[in-house]
Design a binder for this molecule. Sequence first.
Ligand SMILES: C[S@@+](CC[C@H](N)C(=O)[O-])C[C@H]1O[C@@H](n2cnc3c(N)ncnc32)[C@H](O)[C@@H]1O
Length: 250
Amino acid sequence: MVEWWNIALGRGGPDGMAANPRTITDVQATILSAHENSTVEDKISFYNTWSKLYEQDMKLLDYQAPLLASTCLADVMLEDRDQALVLDVACGTGLVAAQLQKLGFCNFHGLDGSEEMLHLAQSKSLYQSIQKCILGAESLPLSSDIYDVVLIVGALSGGQVPYTTIRELRRVTKPGGFVCMTTRSNVSNQLYKTQLQALMEEMEQKRLWVKVKVQEIELWEKATSELESKGDSIYIPGTIYIYQKSRIQT
Ligand SMILES: C[S@@+](CC[C@H](N)C(=O)[O-])C[C@H]1O[C@@H](n2cnc3c(N)ncnc32)[C@H](O)[C@@H]1O
């Protein structure tokens, strides 16, 4: 039987062999097919199946989030990068740690819900520790106040990681440490983005953290449909947020 996701991934049959070289249209169809995933289990299953094509597909999509978020973080963290313990949440195949390593960071822990994505991340020998974790369903399997930096890139959006997970990201960050988060700013993610920002601001009002930097990026990645792009652009915009956890705990 040829499963629906094999059709979306352009695979010929159950042996998983690609029938043709992938094009941007294939990638757009694959990502659009994931929008039909109604449960977390469906979404994780989608990533498990997509894992081997993920990096080449994201290149076709001109996905720059790992580079942009890492550079944004490095701009505010000028010192002691080699000493910093970094948690890469929803690490996928390890694109974020690979970028951070080029900027002088070298101690990484990774978390993700997809075993297959984690398997590829593990094969890069970038992470000292890797754990499977379904975000939103459970608390992070980690103690409080242990990371100098926590990042989540490409996963805070509708149908993926619930925005309330940012409370957990802050919890595991050391007082004075940084939390770097990204979200898409395309039409279908507007409600999620508004809710995410409202919670970020509420947490700032409660003095749990302080906003350090917000960077709006026009060319985040190529759109998956005409409806998602703005004007003549074939790209959707995205946003990077950096918060610093308060040193004095209230
Ligand atoms: C678009 S990829 C981003 C991966 C990596 N951060 C990057 O930028 O390349 C989204 C990742 O989030 C993970 N993910 C999505 N929803 C999740 C959830 N609820 N719990 C855990 N992981 C989730 C997927 O398995 C996938 O690896």
